[in-house]
Design a binder for this molecule. Structure first.
Ligand SMILES: NC(=O)c1ccc[n+]([C@@H]2O[C@H](COP(=O)([O-])OP(=O)(O)OC[C@H]3O[C@@H](n4cnc5c(N)ncnc54)[C@H](OP(=O)(O)O)[C@@H]3O)[C@@H](O)[C@H]2O)c1
Length: 245
């Protein structure tokens, strides 16, 4: 990386977010490890990152606009800039529509999708005036294919794809790229909530024949965040072992 880039990764205390924070740290960026409730895990990630880069943990529920704004403000106060935003925070709350509560719908939509709006909007003034930005939104294969019992999650992840493309159009002239990564099933706490029988069926249907490791998502995020990825914008890139082509 040329200048010392500063990255904010939402939901970075574990799983894919943690792997992305580490990959960005290794590439030379200073990293803000955002978390909502996992303070101890976030501090552990920061301690690991401090050996290779510069990192701080900032608590914020990014589904709430005021908290996303505070996350960006604190980042600017500490590091003086923000170059890379990875909208990674997410939850699942599976249920067939017949059993899904309005709260299940609302929480999944706000945490997965509205959070992307919140953090991008809060960071936008700075990125535009800086004439530089890399926004990476974590979608899902399920936003492309649908998934039984997950209307809320699939709507949120498909929404991220539309959001990514529309924002990419608006920001291209300001040298801000916006891309989405659509992972298949990845070995994290989130995936461990998938019943064994269903996970086995997904592996069977995956040409590469296994789940993804968080680092396999993180390496793409680090590339999209790099100066070298300057001509890639508005893309949805699958990291899914061939599950969806
Ligand atoms: N694992 C998969 O198979 C898979 C596949 C495709 C896409 N994805 C997507 O990849 C992303 C990361 O998933 P993961 O598997 O790493 O999940 P994970 O292990 O459950 O981690 C999710 C992280 O999101 C954070 N988070 C949740 N709500 C938040 C909020 N309101 N504000 C800030 N942080 C919040 C959690 O932090 P706290 O513990 O502090 O609340 C946690 O660190 C998600 O967007 C997910 O939908 C995952």
């Amino acid at each position: 990386m040329t200048a010392r880039r500063v990255a904010v990764v939402t939901g970075a205390a574990r799983g894919i977010g943690e792997a992305i924070a580490e990959a960005l740290g290794r590439s030379g960026a200073a990293v803000v490890v955002n978390y909502r409730s996992s303070a101890r895990e976030a501090e552990e990630v920061v301690a690991k990152l401090d050996e290779i880069s510069n990192a701080i943990a900032i608590q914020a529920d990014v589904s709430v606009y005021g908290e996303a704004e505070m996350l960006i403000d604190k980042t600017l106060a500490h590091f003086g800039r923000i170059d890379i935003l990875v909208n990674n925070a997410g939850i699942v709350r599976p249920a067939k529509l017949l059993d899904m509560t309005p709260q299940d719908w609302h929480d999944v939509l706000t945490i997965n999708l509205t959070s992307c709006f919140n953090c991008s909007k809060a960071a936008m003034d700075h990125m535009v005036s800086n004439k530089y930005g890399r926004i990476i939104n974590i979608s899902s294969t399920y936003g492309q294919t649908g998934s039984y019992g997950q209307t809320n999650y699939c709507a949120a992840k498909a929404g991220i794809i539309g959001f990514t493309k529309a924002l990419a159009l608006e920001t291209a002239k300001s040298n801000i790229t916006v891309n989405a990564i659509a992972p298949g099933l990845v070995e994290t706490e989130m995936a461990s909530s998938v019943p064994e029988k269903i996970a086995a069926r997904i592996i069977e249907r995956t040409p590469i024949g296994r789940l993804a490791k968080p680092a396999e998502i993180a390496s793409l995020a680090a590339y999209l965040a790099s100066d070298e990825a300057s001509y890639i914008t508005g893309q949805v890139i699958g990291v899914n072992g061939g599950l969806y082509m």
